[in-house]
Ligand binder design. Structure first.
Ligand code: F3S
Length: 108
């Protein structure tokens, strides 16, 4: 499966969702996740993300490995929040794209 990692937090550009052939993305307030039961490992979303937040689960940078389990957990939590159409990024996305973020910034 593919995994959304830290760079997505507070950005949510949503370019990724438009190319997903199986509607695997789920939306939270300031982060997206990929549902591992839906993802077919097609790789289409990876080049779409302007902040390079998406990785195959066996290539997630070590510092972000906890996002693998987190995507699964949040995808269950947000299972009914399928997103497959692009929307405006979060208001300060371009500023956040340049900043360090932490996992505890993810809003439930
Ligand atoms: Fe997030 Fe990148 Fe998609 S910022 S919403 S993973 S395009």
């Amino acid at each position: 499966t593919y995994v959304v990692a830290e760079p997505c937090i507070n950005c949510k550009y949503t370019d990724c969702v438009t190319v997903c052939p199986v509607d695997a993305f789920r939306e939270g307030p300031n982060f997206l996740t990929i549902h591992p039961d839906d993802c077919i490992d097609c790789d289409a979303c990876v080049p779409e993300c302007p902040v390079e937040a998406i990785f195959p689960d066996d290539e997630v940078p070590e510092k972000w490995e906890h996002y693998i389990e987190l995507n699964e957990r949040l995808a269950e939590l947000w299972d009914d929040k399928v997103i497959n159409e692009q929307k405006d990024p979060l208001p300060d996305a371009d500023e956040w794209a340049e900043k360090e973020k932490t996992v505890d910034m993810i809003e439930g």
